[in-house]
Write a protein that binds this ligand. Structure first.
Ligand code: TYD
Length: 141
């Protein structure tokens, strides 16, 4: 799917517990400018529901699980994040919604730029209008 993909990190879990290290150079396909995390989301709540114009992100569920639905102007796919050893890369021009947060879940996000509200497309119809020409020109979904 265009601008979406899972990334596996190296998990050191042969001893007691597990340790995952993420190195900016190599593990993440952009340079990290911001880290934020989402906690305490009620199980029936939905977050996200937006796309970014330029931002690249990797979403990692550090504890519990969450479902991420990505949408490339009509083509949709769901990803279950339940392993801190993997991350979901989401690039520009991809609509995303997050739901089914398990109790005590922690969703960490690595982002390529600092927070900028102007980079958000928060209305789905605007998103479809803004990307229509782009996907029509044959970008692989
Ligand atoms: P928002 O991106 O809408 O959250 P979600 O997509 O998960 O539903 O952000 C929620 C609020 O937090 C909004 O008021 C903007 C603020 N915010 C920051 O101040 N810095 C950040 O890095 C992010 C991601 C959000």
């Amino acid at each position: 799917m265009y601008n979406v993909g899972m990334i596996k990190f190296k998990k050191n879990d042969a001893g007691v517990g597990a340790l995952v290290a993420i190195e900016g150079q190599g593990d993440i396909p952009f340079s990290i400018a911001r880290v934020y995390y989402i906690t305490g989301v009620p199980q029936d709540a939905k977050r996200g529901a937006h796309a970014h114009r330029k931002l690249h992100q990797v979403l990692i569920c550090l504890n519990g699980s969450v479902t991420i639905k990505v949408d490339n102007a009509g083509q949709q796919q769901e990803f279950l994040l339940d392993d801190p050893g993997e991350g979901l890369y989401i690039g520009p021009k991809v609509w995303r919604e997050m739901y089914n947060f398990s109790p005590e879940s922690v969703l960490m996000v690595l982002a390529s730029a600092t927070y900028d509200e102007l980079d958000y497309i928060r209305d789905y119809h605007t998103y479809l209008q803004d990307t229509r020409g782009f996907f029509d020109k044959g970008e692989t979904r």
